[in-house]
Write a protein that binds this ligand. Sequence first.
Ligand code: ATP
Ligand code: MG
Length: 629
Amino acid sequence: MQYEDFYRRSIESPEEFWAEQAQAIHWHVPPQEILDYSNPPFRKWFVGGQTNLCYNAVDRHLEERGDQLALVGWSTETDSVRELTFRELHREVNTFAAALCSLGVGKGDRVVIYMPHTVDAAIAMLACARIGAVHSVVFGGFAAHNLALRIDDAQPKVLVCADAGSRGGKVIPFKPLVDEALARAQHPPVHVLVVSRDLAEVSLQPGRDLVYAPLREIHADAEVPVEWLESNEPSYILYTSGTTGKPKGVQRDVGGYAVALALSMWSIYDVRAGQVMFSTSDIGWVVGHSYNVYGPLIAGATSILYEGLPTSPDPGIWWKICERYGVRTMFSSPTAVRVLKKQDPEWLRRHDLSKLQYLFLAGEPLDEPTADWITSALGKPVIDNYWQTETGWPVLTLMPGVELKQVKLGSPGLPSPGYRLRVIDETTGEDVGPGQKGVLAIQPPLPPGCLTTVWGNDDRFIASYFSHFREQLYSSLDWAIRDEDGYTFILGRTDDVINVAGHRLGTREIEESVSSHPAVAEAAVIGVHDEIKGQVPVVFATLRQADGDAAETACQMMRTVTEQLGAVARPSRVYVVGALPKTRSGKLLRRSLQALAEHRDPGDLSTLDDPNALEEVKRALERGADAGN
Ligand code: ATP
Ligand code: MG
């Protein structure tokens, strides 16, 4: 099959195309109508159809692959491996579902899951799905403040947490954070259910808090019937990364999501029943939802959940896991690869990776030096994916399951089925031609799998995504260029633009240029106010070798940018730092750098990963630039 034919059918005959794809999942009641778009921009897929995510992910496979591995939880942090077959997973999910029911959780009730990246978290998610409860997973690395905000937005009946998480060998007790969050929250849950990993003592508030272990015993043989949901009822809420501001509560449906994931598993990731997928994401992000839990399980594949740093106990750990389980497709992020890039590529070559076919990367721009490094170290196709929490599955990628197209460095590739992409001029609102820069937009109706609304806030849904252009088009405001062959290049976010003496420069372009210097590990570029030019680029960079000559390298970075992009893009200052401020999902928090560089309050830092990175930046600013003035 040719990609072009496949994609064209999805655009020209969407109802026929999606009706066909819908057959990949189990429907308790088949859909009565494929698409209802009578109330734009809201749309409904598979109207009247009744299905269930847990049934499709677990029950459906019992007969044919009950004894096949469903989930593997590999933890470097606790030095443990937990393997569950589909049958064992079915057992655990039923037990957990029964425990939730005993706490009064039913269809439509929200359950906040605040847990590390473990099999238990996946069990909790699937148990919610089974009984029609709406889960909202909050990344286990978030602090009490972030947790409280999400609790108040979702208003859960129950909060499920672990006793502790662990990062780089450091145990982080969760329960005190939960207690603090509940003290702050306006709408605290009725119950807190603690799943203990024997990592930390927990103190319980009588009447409110319970430990899961005794409930697990009580409900050890429970059979909890599946709650069949109408295709458009909510399955979960998941908050965006908050790179640009207050996170948005993305609401996902049931049927459209299951169908889109089923399609993406074979066509994009080329993974089918019985094969193995390893995504290094965390369960707290959309990749964790779609490609650690629901996608692989719906496909009848084995999914690997890895808890730990990519470099511990040594930088070969991911590849060791690939070898052990015969991983076919791996999924990670450029940030994680950049961590490995600081290590010897020999670590990859020590393991038998003959079963591994592809590495997919998503979440942020994949710079060419990183892409080159990992491609040559791995010797397999490295495929960039562009998508968002909102879309739930890739918007742009290559689809080796349909036809393996040529990788073009710097581009995440071609549109996934059902995505009608447009590149729009931000001022005129007209489509721009090939090779011209514009804002990436999706012509509604959004395909199955994408968000149905912002939780509890339809107005914010319309205001955030559909009100940027004359026409009602969906956009999360990323710059893009489409070339003659239809490959789309993502140039960064529209708010990441610097205006130097009337020239509009994307921070991404300058970052790429700085990163092309072999000594640079990573760079962040911001525009800082300048009396004469309006704004000037300022660079913050980390070096691959901490003991490199900062001043000399900084001068070379300036020369590199000037040579590659012209004098207009020449950084006015370069600061070499030990770490860059990022969100917990690994995205550069340029707005915090910007604020510090302009002596402003950095504002809401609740999504910041490592406060030390910001301290480093502050110190660097006080100390003065390594190059420039
Ligand atoms: P918020 O919407 O709260 O500001 P966020 O946009 O970072 O946060 P996510 O949904 O995690 O939340 O990230 C989606 C964004 O990440 C995209 O809009 C895009 O800017 C960026 N992105 C994702 N994948 C890629 C990619 N392959 N190449 C370039 N950018 C990417
Ligand atoms: Mg966004």
